[in-house]
Design a protein around this ligand. Structure first.
Ligand code: PAF
Length: 273
């Protein structure tokens, strides 16, 4: 596995390849969710590149980006074991410069839900992803459905800026109890983990309601809020897959999303229906 630390090394490496490239951008602290993305990329491409870059521009001032989990040694071992071809681990000054054009995510879809809780977060995500896609020029890029809004905004950027990569949405990976995997889960103590199970429980309740014929968004959200009643809920929402509000669920075109805070940890989960 090649370890690439500079953008020049990455560009030279990419130019040396004449085959299909799969790209998996991450912020490290790799877990089974990332591993499933990496495996898919290895299956579908001749060469797979993973990046680990804790992107400062997607953190709010009040969010301490220096406290983002750093598992560099473990991440390195995982990447080697799975068999990726190259790992890109740049320093901040390889990625960001003093005078840069501004990338601003579309207002409506980036200031609702996650964007309402974390204003400008998606500007930072799009900014770094645009740079990483331009550097790696991958045939396919892999993103988890767990960050549904991020996935939607990246798909939209790729389409509207005519970037030449296929975005591959990957399924949410859960632990044996149903908790969606996230790098932030390592901060949860045992009691908090039990509380956190209510996120996936609320989604299951919603899916049962839908299977029994209930399609009214407000009624389903009310049932979900009952499950989440003892938690600090940030949002419970059901929207279509273009992130537009709906009153009635349109099957195979909707997403149910939930975000809560447990202690200081924000957790999100969703279900595509
Ligand atoms: O989902 C993440 O880990 C990050 O938002 C991403 C896509 C790697 C951009 O920094």
């Amino acid at each position: 596995m090649k370890i690439l630390k500079t953008t020049k090394e990455l560009i030279d490496y990419r130019k040396s390849l004449t085959c299909s490239i799969g790209f998996i951008p991450t912020m490290g602290a790799l877990h089974q969710g990332h591993i499933s993305l990496i495996r898919k990329s290895i299956e579908e491409n001749d060469s797979s590149i993973v990046s680990i870059f804790v992107n400062p521009t997607q953190f709010l001032v009040k969010e301490d980006f220096s406290k983002y989990p750093n598992r560099y040694e473990a991440d390195l071992r995982i990447c080697k074991l799975i068999g990726i071809d190259a790992l890109f681990i740049p320093n901040i000054d390889e990625i960001y410069f003093a005078n840069e054009p501004n990338i601003v995510a579309p207002m409506r879809q980036s200031y609702m839900l996650e964007g309402y809780q974390r204003p400008k977060h998606f500007d930072g995500v799009l900014r770094v992803i645009l740079k990483l896609l331009n550097l790696t020029k991958p045939t396919k890029s892999y993103f988890g459905k767990k960050d549904a809004q991020q996935l939607f905004l990246i798909q939209n950027m790729v389409k509207t800026l005519f970037l030449e990569t296929a975005i591959v949405p990957c399924e949410i990976i859960r632990d044996e109890n149903g908790l969606a995997l996230s790098s932030r889960n390592i901060y949860l103590n045992e009691k908090e983990k039990i509380k956190a199970l209510n996120l996936s429980k609320s989604l299951k309740v919603a899916s049962r309601e839908i299977m029994s014929g209930e399609l009214h968004v407000e009624k389903i959200k009310k049932r979900m809020r009952e499950v989440l009643k003892n938690l600090d809920v940030e949002y419970v929402e059901i929207i279509d897959r273009k992130f537009c509000k709906i009153e009635k669920i349109d099957l195979k075109n909707s997403i149910i999303l939930v975000a809560v805070k447990i202690g200081k940890i924000r957790l999100i989960d969703n279900m595509w229906i």
